[in-house]
Design a protein around this ligand. Structure first.
Ligand code: GDP
Length: 180
């Protein structure tokens, strides 16, 4: 197909960070392959997946890196952050401690990533927050934290797909606005 032969105009490296089991891998596979896999666990080691989208008439290849479990051993290295233009900082809406650790992840970014990195805070697993849901972090407090830290913010569900595409596209648009 002719379209897929075309070269991209930009490659944007994006890192996905946050505590273990918040849904980082599933968000990535939802965005790049529109898949959710109930029992996936990748092997240890840095991996990335790509998806090319069009923004403002430019073809942008998002190269999205997954910690692949390294965060469990606090072993996410500066190589992981090198060259990253964007970050998805993910917590689990139903697990309060994963939100409380977000500040630590922001510090990690400030220490290792480029100063101009665009960061999107993601409250994942919104599918679990219905009437009898298990919400442990309100939308307001997360939005306030994001504003105070200069992060974009969205709640999403890798399981249902809600807001996943929108959040990644927003991040890519903001990066594109910075580089163009
Ligand atoms: P990671 O360790 O942050 O990469 O997390 P995973 O992507 O491996 O997901 C951890 C667990 O949460 C798995 O059992 C997933 O099936 C589940 N999970 C991930 N995203 C969602 C979601 O949006 N909703 C629900 N209900 N479960 C999810």
């Amino acid at each position: 197909e002719k379209d897929t032969m075309m070269e991209e105009d930009y490659v944007f490296k994006i890192v996905v960070i946050g505590d273990s089991a918040v849904g980082k891998t599933q968000l990535l596979s939802r965005f790049t392959r529109d898949e959710f896999c109930f029992d996936s666990k990748s092997t240890i080691g840095i991996e990335f997946q790509t998806r090319t989208v069009q923004i403002a008439r430019k073809r942008i290849k998002a190269q999205i890196w997954d910690t692949a479990g390294q965060e469990r051993y606090r072993a996410v290295t500066s190589a992981y952050y090198r060259g990253a233009l964007g970050a998805m900082l993910v917590y689990d809406i139903t697990k309060r401690h994963t939100f409380e650790h977000a500040a630590r992840w922001v510090d990690e970014l400030r220490a290792h990533a480029d100063k101009s990195i665009v960061v999107m805070l993601i409250g994942n697993k919104s599918d679990l927050t219905g009437v009898h849901g298990r919400r442990a972090v309100t939308t307001d407090e997360a939005a306030a934290f994001a504003e105070e830290q200069g992060l974009f913010f969205s709640e999403s569900s890798a399981l249902s797909g809600e807001n996943v595409e929108r959040a990644f596209l927003r991040l890519l648009q903001e990066i594109h606005a910075n580089v163009s």
